[in-house]
Design a binder for this molecule. Structure first.
Ligand code: CA
Length: 433
C-alpha cells in the first residue's frame, strides 16, 4: 500500500464508542494522532487523542494489546522509537488502535485507559535531536524578499534549492508555554551603532512541522522515492521571530538569535497515514521556471506530495480576552503554497549524506497565500510595519505586543472523507525581563 492510499481506518462510516470523537473537529477516530502526555501528578506516557479524551498507549501496551515491537517502543521516553518503526508496523498499529476504539467489544478493557484531555499536560512529543527550518513558502519568500530587494525578491538559487538552515531544538515548546520577548541587538536605519534592547518587532511565522520517522545512516542519502518512508507525521509550528534583530544579524550566515529563542509546536503528531486522504498534487510550476533536478523529481511525489490543509491564524489580545471577545482571524490559506514538497525537503536534506533521526523536526518555512488574507506573518500583513492592522475593538498592531496570544489551526478536508484537525498551536507573549 502506498503512502497516499487509504484503508478501513479512514472509512467515513467508522465511529468510536468514545462519544465525543464522533463529529469532533480535530480528533475523530479517522485521525488518531500520537503525542506525549502527563495526567495530573503522574509520569508522562505516549497516547493518542480521541475526541476530548486521550488513550494511554503505554497502558494498552502493558495490557498486551499490541505486538512486541510496539510494546518495546511504548516503553521508551518520548515517541522517538514509535516514530522510527517501519512504515508497515506503524500502519498496523494505527489499524489496531482504530479497532480498539471503534469495536464495542473492546470497550471493557480499553475504557479505563482513557484520560480526559483537559486534565492532562501535553508535552513536546519526541526528544528532538535536530531541528531544521526551510523556506519553501514561495509567496512568503517573494513578499519578504521584495521588502529587502524590490527588483529581485527571489535569489537565483530559490527555484533549484529547497532553502533551509539549522535551527535550535532546545527551545522548541508545546502549546501554552508563554514566549518571553527576547533582548537582542538592533540598529535603526539611521543609527550609528546598534542597541541591546527587547525586540520591538516580535512576529510569528505560520509553518507546518514535519516529524521524521525512520532515519538514514550517515553518508547514505535518501532518494526522493524513499523520502516518504521517513516522514512520520505533521504538526503546526510557530517560528517566533524578532524582525529587528533578524535584519541586523542575518548577513552573511543567516538567522541566529532572532529565531532561536522559542519555537511553539502543536503537541499532536498527525501521522502520515492519517493524512493519506488529504494528499493532493503539487501545483505545477509557473511557465519558465526550471524543472527540479533529477534527485528531487518523482512523478508520484508530484501527483500526491502536497497536503490539502486549510491553515488559519488567530490573534487574541489581552484586551480582547478581558472584553470576552473572540479571537480575531489574521489569515486563512492553503498549505499548497509551498514551492517544494515535504518529500523534496527530506530528500534534499539527506542528499549530501546528512543523517536524519527519528524525532527530528523540520519546519516548512512560513506559508503565505498570494493574497493578504492568507499572509503567514505580521511582517507581510503590516508591510514591514508600514501598514498597521486595525482589530475589531479598535486596537492596532504592526507587530506583537505583550499579552497577545497567537493561535494557529489546521484542518484537512477531502470529498468523501471525515475532516481531521491538528489541534491548536497557541502561546501568549510575555514581557521582557
Ligand atoms: Ca521560519
Amino acid at each position: 500500500m502506498s503512502w497516499w492510499t487509504t484503508d478501513e481506518t479512514h472509512d467515513p462510516a467508522r465511529t468510536s464508542w468514545v462519544d465525543s470523537a464522533n463529529g469532533h473537529v480535530d480528533f475523530p477516530i479517522q485521525n488518531l494522532p500520537l503525542g506525549l502526555f502527563a495526567p495530573a501528578d503522574r509520569p508522562e506516557r505516549i497516547g493518542t487523542a480521541i475526541g476530548d479524551k486521550i488513550l494511554d498507549l503505554k497502558a494498552c501496551a502493558d495490557a498486551g494489546l499490541f505486538d512486541p515491537l510496539v510494546v518495546q517502543a511504548c516503553q521508551q521516553p518520548g515517541a522517538n522509537a514509535l516514530l522510527g518503526l517501519p512504515v508497515g508496523r506503524k500502519r498496523a498499529l494505527r489499524r489496531r488502535i482504530s479497532e480498539l476504539l471503534s469495536d464495542p467489544d473492546y470497550r471493557n478493557i480499553v475504557e479505563n485507559k482513557l484520560f480526559r484531555a483537559g486534565d492532562c499536560e501535553l508535552l513536546v512529543p519526541a526528544r528532538i535531536g535536530d531541528y531544521t527550518d526551510f523556506y519553501v513558502g514561495i509567496h512568503h519568500a517573494n513578499n519578504v524578499g521584495r521588502q529587502f530587494r524590490p527588483d529581485n525578491p527571489l535569489l537565483p538559487n530559490y527555484k533549484y534549492v529547497p532553502i533551509g538552515y539549522h535551527g535550535r531544538a532546545s527551545s522548541v515548546r508545546p502549546s501554552d508555554v508563554g514566549v518571553r520577548r527576547p533582548y537582542g541587538q538592533r540598529k535603526g536605519p539611521d543609527a550609528d551603532a546598534p542597541v541591546f534592547e527587547p525586540t520591538a518587532r516580535l512576529d510569528y511565522e505560520l509553518e507546518l512541522g514535519v516529524w521524521i520517522g525512520a532515519g538514514n545512516a550517515l553518508g547514505r542519502p535518501l532518494s526522493i522515492a524513499e523520502a516518504s518512508h521517513h516522514v512520520a507525521g505533521f504538526c503546526l509550528l510557530n517560528d517566533w521571530s524578532a524582525r529587528d534583530v533578524q535584519a541586523w544579524e542575518y548577513q552573511p550566515l543567516g538567522p541566529f538569535l532572532a529565531k532561536n529563542f522559542h519555537t511553539t509546536i502543536s503537541p499532536w503528531i498527525v501521522t502520515a497515514d492519517a493524512m493519506a486522504p488529504f494528499r493532493t498534487s503539487q501545483p505545477s510550476r509557473p511557465e519558465g521556471d526550471p524543472a527540479p533536478l533529477p534527485y528531487l523529481r518523482d512523478d508520484n511525489d508530484q501527483r500526491h506530495g502536497a497536503l490539502d490543509l486549510t491553515l488559519e491564524v488567530f490573534l487574541h489580545t489581552r484586551r480582547m480576552r478581558t472584553q470576552g471577545a473572540a479571537p480575531f482571524r489574521l489569515s486563512s490559506g492553503p498549505a499548497t503554497s509551498m514551492y517544494w514538497t515535504v518529500n523534496q525537503m527530506v530528500a534534499h536534506h539527506a542528499s549530501n549524506g546528512c543523517n536524519l533521526s527519528p524525532g527530528d523536526l523540520l519546519g516548512t518555512g512560513t506559508i503565505s497565500a498570494p493574497e493578504r488574507s492568507g499572509f503567514g506573518s505580521l511582517l507581510e500583513i503590516s508591510e514591514g510595519g508600514a501598514r498597521p492592522l486595525t482589530l475589531p475593538n479598535g486596537e492596532t498592531r504592526t507587530f506583537l505586543e505583550d499579552g497577545d496570544e497567537l493561535i494557529l489551526k489546521a484542518q484537512a478536508s477531502a470529498a468523501g472523507y471525515v475532516s481531521i484537525g491538528f489541534g491548536e498551536c497557541r502561546a501568549v507573549v510575555l514581557p521582557a525581563t
